[in-house]
Design a protein around this ligand. Structure first.
Ligand code: ADP
Ligand code: MG
Length: 251
C-alpha cells in the first residue's frame, strides 16, 4: 500500500499564485478525478508535482509514503513511482519509442544490471497489443508526427511499461475518439490494482464512464471546492461549472 499526500499546496508561476492551498490524499488502489474549467490550475498542479522547473512551490508539501518528493529531482520523483502523462506530450525527434522506453527502464535498474532485451520486447509488445498500438510505432520517433490520439496512447504505453505507484493523467481523454477512449480506458483499468493509484484530470464526464473513479473533485481558481463520488461528475456535466462558482459566491 502506498499513499500520495498533497498538503496545503501553493504553486506560483513567477509572481502569480496559481494553486492556492490544495489538499488531497490518494491511496493506492484508488482513482481520483479532478474536473474544473480551463485555467484553474489543474495542469500546474500535476506538472509541479512531477518537478517541472517553471513552477515554484511556495508552501505546502507532497509526500509519497511519508517522504517529501519536493526535494527530489524530476527523475528521482519518477523513479520513486510518480508518473505524469502530459496534456500536451512533447515530440522527441530522433529517439524511437523502443529506445526511449528501454532507456527509462534501464534507468530504474542498478548500475551492474542489464535489461534483458528479449524480455523487454516481449513486455513492450504485450502492452502495445493491449493498447492496440501498431508494432511499427516502436521504431518511430516519440510523438513525432503523431495524431493527438496517438500521442495520448503513447503516454499510456509509457505508463504501462513503467508501472508507477501513482499516475497523474492530464486530460488523457482529449483528442481521443470514442474507440480510442475505450482502448485507453481498458489499458488503464488493466493496471488498476492494490499497488496503483491515479489522479485523472478531465474536462468531460465521458472518460469517467469507462474509468470509474472512487472520488471526484472539482477544482476552481486553484483550490478543490467540492468533492464527491461519481455522481458529482454527472451533476457537473448537467449543471456546468458555473453552478459551482455560483454556489461558492452564495456560500
Ligand atoms: P488548467 O490545466 O486547469 O487549464 P493551467 O494549470 O494550465 O490550467 O493554467 C493555470 C494558469 O496558469 C493559466 O492562467 C495559465 O495561463 C497559467 N500558466 C500555466 N502554465 C504557465 C507557464 N508555464 N507560464 C506562464 N503561465 C502559465
Ligand atoms: Mg490543463
Amino acid at each position: 500500500m502506498s499513499k500520495l499526500e498533497i498538503k496545503d499546496l501553493h504553486i506560483a508561476i513567477g509572481e502569480k499564485e496559481i494553486v492556492k492551498g490544495l489538499t488531497l490524499t490518494i491511496n493506492s488502489g484508488e482513482v481520483h478525478a479532478i474536473m474544473g474549467p480551463n485555467g484553474t490550475g489543474k495542469s500546474t498542479l500535476v506538472k509541479a508535482i512531477a518537478g517541472h522547473p517553471d513552477y515554484t512551490i511556495t508552501s505546502g508539501d507532497v509526500l509519497l509514503d511519508g517522504e517529501s518528493v519536493l526535494v527530489m529531482e524530476p527523475d528521482e520523483r519518477s523513479r520513486s513511482g510518480i508518473f505524469l502523462a502530459f496534456q500536451y506530450p512533447s515530440e522527441i525527434p530522433g529517439v524511437s519509442i523502443a529506445n526511449f522506453l528501454r532507456a527509462a527502464q534501464q534507468a530504474r535498474m542498478g548500475e551492474d544490471e542489464e535489461l534483458d532485451a528479449s524480455a523487454y520486447y516481449k513486455r513492450l509488445y504485450g502492452k502495445m497489443d493491449l493498447l492496440k498500438i501498431d508494432r511499427k510505432f516502436t521504431s518511430r520517433s516519440v510523438n513525432e508526427g503523431f495524431s493527438g490520439g496517438e500521442k495520448k496512447r503513447c503516454e499510456i504505453l509509457q505508463m504501462a511499461m513503467l508501472e508507477p505507484k501513482f499516475a497523474l493523467m492530464d486530460e488523457t481523454d482529449s483528442g481521443l475518439d470514442i474507440d480510442a477512449l475505450q482502448i485507453v480506458a481498458e489499458g488503464v483499468n488493466a493496471m488498476r490494482n492494490d499497488s496503483f493509484g491515479a489522479l485523472m484530470i478531465t474536462h468531460y464526464q465521458r472518460l469517467l464512464d469507462y474509468i470509474v473513479p472512487e472520488h471526484v473533485h472539482v477544482m476552481y481558481d486553484g483550490r478543490i471546492v467540492k468533492s464527491g463520488d461519481k455522481s458529482l461528475a454527472i451533476e457537473l456535466e448537467a449543471k456546468g461549472y458555473e453552478w459551482v462558482s455560483k454556489e461558492l459566491a452564495t456560500a
